[in-house]
Design a protein around this ligand. Structure first.
Ligand SMILES: [Zn+2]
Length: 441
């Protein structure tokens, strides 16, 4: 059935544009037509009058960890951690080992709900649960599908749980990608794509990289991996392999135009050249970098494709864009709000390369992933200053409704199912997770 969002104020942040009183005609999951007074042409369509409300293309979070959804305010015994490696050892690598199926489902689901409430229509996730690898991506997918969020999932393969752990990680990635291919081949509607995941070069030896390269070939996907988040990753690569990180990745055939490389705080000019040559993405996570005190990604302006993620610090891209922008200005950077909205928009380009469809515009032929607001602009809102409104004024509290794949998944600030019971169960699972962490050695 055809749907029409009538009388919308259509805003694009990058490149900026504002158009008033448009009708958006949606056929299934795709925008069929956008223009004035179209409702009369579709007498059978289901019409929703937006009364001039602002509509933008969907918002993408290009790197996240939904397995950390139950870590908020954690009350397990975590040893004081002075540096990045200790944070991993004492917190994240205890937390991920304590995750089982139920914990993962609720951790994922509460993150999915939070994403949608913040107007985020797609989340690219990087998952780890070493005690529950096989089938873990399918459990996460169930949460995405329950609430209707779009995304790309992968399992973060690592050597830190032995060779069997590495192998199981690679297999989970391949199996999940194949399950997606099956759904696609059957012509069914689907929301979740697959990438091939690796933790970071520092926890992946040459054998592991070879296996990941095979997985890329077998599935036709890209690698999603942390690189040079901390200095240690760089010195480890030089010390053990006598290579810059990105050259080591490229030598194994792991860099392509679906490559999602994350952080890159300490990448050198030669590394960035490799990224750019392969048209790969670098995902910047400003708040996470600040939280872990790993340094500032000064070379961002030399990267061709920058996207933005939260790295597990919620899934609110209004907060992330603002913090990334202000951190940049604080370091004396020359970018303006429009540059950061361009980075945000690049998340849609990642979706296009994985899904093979058009994303990121309110226009005919594009996927109907839309965020709808009741933002009251106190000053004129134009194409030239839309990015300024985003950085200096708008917030997730302005998000009123969200459409993903042509379905209204959140309408007038309500989900179409009971969420209170989900949060009750999530709190129980959180307590169970923290107890399981304390029981680990
Ligand atoms: Zn991460």
């Amino acid at each position: 059935m055809m749907k029409i969002l009538q009388n919308a104020r259509v805003v694009h942040f990058s490149p900026g544009s504002v158009q008033e009183s448009l009708d958006i005609v949606i056929d299934g999951s795709v925008i069929k037509e956008v223009g004035q007074n179209l409702a009369a042409n579709y007498p059978d369509a289901e019409v929703k009058d937006l009364k001039g409300a602002m509509v933008t293309p969907g918002i993408v979070c290009s790197h996240n960890h939904f397995y950390s959804g139950l870590a908020r305010g954690i009350m397990a015994n975590i040893k004081p951690s002075q540096d990045f490696i200790s944070i991993l050892l004492n917190l994240w690598w205890r937390l991920d080992r304590a995750i089982d199926k139920d914990i993962l489902y609720y951790s994922g689901l509460v993150c999915v709900l939070e994403a949608i409430k913040a107007g985020t229509t797609s989340v690219i996730d990087h998952h780890a649960s070493p005690a529950f690898i096989k089938g873990s991506l399918d459990v996460l997918r169930q949460g995405y599908e329950k609430a209707g969020l779009r995304g790309i999932l992968c399992y973060e393969t690592t050597d830190r749980n032995g060779k069997d752990g590495t192998k199981e990680g690679v297999e989970e990635n391949i199996e999940f990608a194949k399950s997606v291919d099956k759904v696609k081949a059957a012509g069914k509607r689907y929301l979740v794509e697959a990438a091939i995941g690796g933790h970071a070069p520092v926890t992946l030896d040459d054998d592991a990289l070879r296996m990941l390269a095979e997985a890329l070939k077998e599935t036709g996907r890209g690698l999603h991996i942390h690189v040079a988040e901390d200095r240690y990753d760089v010195s480890d690569s030089h010390g053990k392999y006598q290579k810059d990180i990105m050259q080591r990745m490229a030598d194994f055939g792991l860099v392509n135009d679906k490559g999602i490389f994350v952080h890159g705080v300490h990448l050198g000019a030669a590394d960035i050249e490799v990224l750019n040559q392969h048209d790969a993405f670098l995902v910047h996570n400003a708040r996470s970098n600040m939280n872990n005190n790993v340094g500032y990604a000064e070379k961002l302006p030399t990267v061709k494709n920058v996207a933005l993620g939260t790295d597990g610090i919620g899934v609110n891209m209004f907060e992330e864009v603002k913090c990334a922008y202000f951190k940049h200005k604080d370091t004396g950077g020359a970018y303006w709000p429009g540059d950061y909205l361009r980075f945000l928009q690049n998340g849609n380009t990642i979706l296009e390369r994985y899904f093979g469809e058009k994303y990121g515009k309110v226009a005919a032929g594009y996927k109907a992933d839309l965020t709808i607001y009741d933002y009251d602009a106190p000053t004129p809102l134009t194409g030239d200053n839309a990015a300024g409104h985003f950085v200096f004024g708008m917030s997730s509290r302005d998000v009123k409704s969200v459409m993903v794949d042509g379905v209204m998944v959140y309408e007038d600030r309500q989900f179409p199912f009971d969420v209170a019971s989900i949060y009750v169960q999530a709190q129980k699972e959180a307590q169970r997770l923290w107890q399981r962490m304390d029981a680990l050695d």
